[in-house]
Structure formats: structure tokens, C-alpha cells
Design a protein around this ligand. Structure first.
Ligand code: R1P
Ligand code: URA
Length: 292
């Protein structure tokens, strides 16, 4: 079996992978990702015990136990460039043998649950509500670097998005990936469900104007108005499509949950988004401990 070279799979002196600085035994099979490194402790404070605490750059990892479930919570920082690092390194930690530097014969399928914040694109999805993303639709370019597949519905959805919005003429060709049904089925009650658009920035790429003009002032309207059968775009943020795209290609089970902190139609922002995020953390941990 082909060995993966030192420049491709970078393992430090502690036997830990380059960016996450975690070793294979320090990662659980149930993983929560959060953008904000400070949010890791907001999740792990609910664990019965924390065995591992690692911190390197924006990547903070706590692994511990909640009842009989071993869970890791990992911060990704902001953006799909960071998701490229986190998803590839999490996969390497479980599916590549660090001693022989070869891909294992039996592959593990992680449960990866994002708990993040997001902006609503629909008038009826208010601030302080929760969204579970049926699909991630990326306008950030990441998955264009990977060979990956879509099912028939995803292909049609993407085609319809490109035709209806014509946005691809202004930036990279979009990509799409769906949530894992095995996880999504647990996030129905109390969640809006819809397509989440993943953007390569918070300001111009999400239609915000401060001092700079933007090339597509129609961006929000086009996303809000998009329809494909019963599907619509509920929200946008900066990680979901990359998590779904890489997660699916690597055969992990992923779901992205968002606390809505901004509503771009009503032009308002949550008075205290941290309270909403905290509620989402508690609700998610209940599901993990009872259903996964
Ligand atoms: C922007 O403020 C950040 O918030 C959202 C976006 O995806 C982006 O990462 O998620 P997090 O709250 O998880 O960071
Ligand atoms: N995160 C985003 O990316 N956008 C928002 O509007 C709010 C949170």
C-alpha cells in the first residue's frame, strides 16, 4: 500500500497532526465543530468529564464524556479554508495509520455536527431561531478542488440555482452537498430546515456594504427568491457547504445547525446571540446523548 509522504501528512514529534495538534487517540467519533475557539468550553462545560484539551492556532479541541458518549468539540475558526484543514485532519486521525502512513482497510464514519451562527435570508426565519441545513450550497470555491459526486436531486438543484440566479457569472461555479439523513432526522422539532449558502466572506460576499461598493447588489434578493420544488434558501454563513462537501466525499455523517443571529430581510440582529447559541448547544447535546 502506498505510503503518504511527510510533506502531505504532517505529524509532529508528539505524534499529533499538524494543525489540530491532536493524536488519533485524542479524538472521539462524535464530533461537534464550532467556529469560535471560545465556544469549545461553552460546549465541554456540559461534559461529565474532559480527558483531552489541545489548543493550536484557532483549533481548540476538548474530548470528554457525556454519559456513555465520547465526544470531541473542535473549533474551526472562520471560513471554508479552515474547514479544509479540520475535515481532512479529522479524517486522517481516524482513517490513516500514522505508523505505516497508509490508509486503513476499515474506514470509520464520524458523526460531525456543526453548531454555528448564521444570517437568515427569509422574513419568516427570525433572529434567535434555529436552522438545520438540508444542503450546503457553496459559493466559496473549495469543493472545486476535489473530485466529488452529486446525486440526481443535488444536480438538478444546483442547475436550477445557476439558471435562476446567474450568480456564477460573477464568481466561482457553486457546488452543493446534502446533510446526512441519519443525523438530519433528529433535528426536526424546533428547527427551520432549508438550504444554507456558504460564502467566502462576511461583508461583500454576504451583500453587506460598509465603505466598499459590491459587484452584486442583488445577491440577497436572488438567494431569498430561489426556489426548487419545496426547497428554499433559509440562511447563509461561512462553513456548512465545505463540511457537507468534504464530509460526504470522505463518507462521514454531517449536519450543520445554525443559531440565527441576523435577519437580512428585516435588517435586525439578535440582542444576545450567545443565549441562543447556548440553547442550541444544550438541545444538540441532548440529541447526541439520547439518539446517537
Ligand atoms: C462569522 O461571524 C462567523 O459566524 C458564523 C459564520 O459561519 C462565520 O464563521 O459561524 P460561527 O459562529 O460558527 O463562527
Ligand atoms: N454569520 C454569518 O456568516 N453571517 C451572518 O449574517 C451572521 C453570522
Amino acid at each position: 500500500m502506498q505510503q503518504i509522504e511527510a510533506s502531505e501528512l504532517i505529524i509532529n514529534n508528539r505524534g499529533a497532526i499538524y494543525h489540530l495538534d491532536a493524536t488519533p487517540d485524542e479524538i472521539a467519533e462524535n464530533i461537534i465543530t464550532v467556529g469560535d475557539p471560545a465556544r469549545v468550553a461553552e460546549v465541554s462545560k456540559y461534559f461529565d468529564s474532559i480527558d483531552i484539551e489541545r489548543s493550536h492556532r484557532e483549533f481548540v479541541t476538548h474530548t470528554g464524556w457525556l454519559g456513555k458518549k465520547r465526544i470531541s468539540v473542535v473549533s474551526t475558526g472562520i471560513g471554508t479554508d479552515n474547514i479544509d484543514i479540520v475535515l481532512n485532519e479529522l479524517d486522517a486521525l481516524v482513517n490513516i495509520d500514522f505508523t505505516t502512513r497508509t490508509i486503513k482497510n476499515e474506514l470509520k464514519h464520524l458523526n460531525i455536527i456543526r453548531i454555528g451562527t448564521s444570517g437568515s435570508l427569509q422574513a419568516d426565519v427570525p433572529v434567535d431561531s434555529f436552522v438545520a441545513s438540508t444542503h450546503g450550497l457553496g459559493i466559496d470555491n473549495l469543493m472545486n478542488f476535489y473530485i466529488h459526486d452529486n446525486n440526481e436531486e443535488e444536480k438538478q438543484l444546483l442547475h436550477s440555482f445557476v439558471t435562476q440566479t446567474q450568480l456564477h457569472s460573477q464568481f466561482s461555479y457553486p457546488y452543493i452537498a446534502g446533510a446526512a439523513m441519519s443525523l438530519m432526522k433528529h433535528f426536526v422539532d424546533g428547527y427551520y430546515q432549508g438550504i444554507t449558502v456558504t460564502c467566502p466572506g462576511f461583508y461583500g460576499p454576504q451583500g453587506r456594504v460598509l465603505r466598499l461598493g459590491i459587484t452584486n447588489p442583488q445577491l440577497i434578493d436572488r438567494l431569498t427568491d430561489f426556489k426548487f420544488g419545496h426547497h428554499r434558501i433559509t440562511n447563509f454563513e461561512m462553513e456548512t457547504a465545505a463540511i457537507y462537501g468534504l464530509g460526504k466525499a470522505l463518507k462521514h455523517n454531517c449536519v450543520s445547525l445554525s443559531a440565527i443571529v441576523a435577519n437580512r430581510i428585516h435588517k435586525n440582529f439578535s440582542d444576545d446571540g450567545s443565549v441562543t447559541v447556548e440553547k442550541l448547544i444544550v438541545k444538540t447535546l441532548e440529541i447526541i446523548s439520547e439518539k446517537l
